[in-house]
Write a protein of this length. Structure first.
Length: 296
C-alpha cells in the first residue's frame, strides 16, 4: 500500500513538530536554570547568550511548519512527507548542535562534574530519537515503489485543483500544444505578432477544460494569457478551501495581487518556497536555480 500523509502512521509530522516545540522550550528552560545557578547575578557570557536567538529562530521555523495541512500538501506535492522530513532533519540537527555547544561551555567553564550529571541528557536522547524517526519516515516514503503520486490521491472534481495542474506542479507536463487559429487571435495578439513576430499557441490541460494562450517569440520568452481560474496553492497547502475571490481568481494578475497581499510579509513554509520555485529578495532555496515568484 502506498505511503502518504493520508495514511495513518505510528508517527506523524504534526506529532514530531509538536514535540520539537516542547524540546526547544525545555532547552531554553534548562539553560536558564543553569545560568541562574552558576552565573547570576553576573552578566551572561555572550557565548551562551548567542544560543537563545538561534533557538528562537528554530522555534519560529517549527511554528511555521505547523501551519501546513499535511493532508492538502499530499494532494499538491509528490512525496510531501519526505520533503518536509528533510526540513525537520535540518532543524533537529541544529537543535542537537545547540545542546552540545551549551553543555560544553558549562562543563568547561563552570562545572566539570556536569559531564556526569548530564543535565541535557533526556532532551538530547529525545532529539536523537526524533531524528531517527524523521530519517526513517523519509526513507519509507521514497523507497515504496507503489506510492501514489499527488494527482492520484483524489478524483478530479469541480472546485478543486485538477489532476493536470498537479502534474505540472510536480514536473510532469502532459499538456497538449496546438496553434491558435487566426480567427481566435485577439486585437492585442495581432499587434504583438506584428511587433515581435513568433506565434501564439494553446496549452491545453489533458484532465480538464483549462487552457492557456501564450506568445512564443523568437527569443523563447512567453507572455501567458489565461482563459480559466487560478487557485492559490499556498492557501490550499495551509488547509484553506478554494473559494472564488478568496483563494481562487479569474486572472493570473489577481492571483499575484493576492499572493503579494497575503503571503509576501508572512512567507509560506520552507517546503512550499522550495517546491514552488519561490525566491525571497532574489534569493532561492537551496537546489532551486530559477524562480517563478519573487517576493521582494
Amino acid at each position: 500500500m502506498a505511503n502518504n500523509s493520508l495514511i495513518p502512521r505510528a508517527i506523524s509530522i504534526p506529532l514530531i513538530l509538536s514535540d520539537l516545540s516542547k524540546q526547544i522550550v525545555s532547552i531554553r528552560r534548562k539553560t536558564d536554570t543553569l545560568i541562574d545557578y552558576y552565573i547570576y547575578p553576573e552578566p551572561t557570557p555572550s557565548e551562551i547568550a548567542a544560543y537563545d536567538p538561534r533557538l528562537a529562530i528554530l522555534k519560529t521555523r517549527v511554528a511555521t511548519l505547523t501551519k501546513l495541512s499535511y493532508t492538502n500538501l499530499a494532494y499538491l506535492i509528490d512525496d510531501s512527507d519526505a520533503l518536509t522530513a528533510g526540513y525537520l532533519e535540518q532543524i533537529i540537527d541544529q537543535l542537537i548542535n545547540a545542546v552540545h555547544g551549551i553543555r560544553l561551555i558549562f562543563e568547561s567553564c563552570y562545572d566539570r562534574n556536569l559531564e556526569e550529571r548530564k543535565p541535557y541528557d533526556v532532551i538530547y536522547r529525545i532529539l536523537e530519537y526524533r531524528e531517527k524517526q524523521v530519517k526513517d519516515l523519509k526513507m519509507e516514503q521514497m523507497a515504496d515503489p507503489q506510492r501514489l503520486r499527488a494527482e492520484e490521491l483524489r478524483p478530479n472534481e469541480i472546485g478543486d485543483f485538477c489532476r493536470g495542474a498537479i502534474q505540472v506542479l510536480n514536473g510532469r507536463d502532459r499538456g497538449k500544444i496546438s496553434y491558435v487559429a487566426d480567427r481566435d487571435l485577439l486585437v492585442e495578439n495581432r499587434a504583438r505578432l506584428r511587433q515581435f513576430g513568433g506565434a501564439y499557441l494553446w496549452w491545453e490541460c489533458p484532465k480538464c477544460d483549462f487552457r492557456l494562450r501564450y506568445h512564443l517569440s523568437d527569443s523563447g520568452k512567453t507572455n501567458i494569457l489565461s482563459t480559466e481560474e487560478y487557485g492559490c496553492e499556498f492557501c490550499y497547502a495551509m488547509g484553506k478551501k478554494l473559494l472564488y475571490g478568496v483563494t481562487t481568481f479569474s486572472t493570473g494578475r489577481e492571483l499575484m495581487m493576492h499572493m503579494a497581499a497575503k503571503h509576501r510579509k508572512v512567507l509560506p513554509p520552507g517546503p512550499l518556497l522550495q517546491k514552488m520555485n519561490v525566491a525571497v529578495k532574489d534569493k532561492c532555496a537551496e537546489g532551486v536555480y530559477r524562480w517563478d515568484i519573487n517576493f521582494k
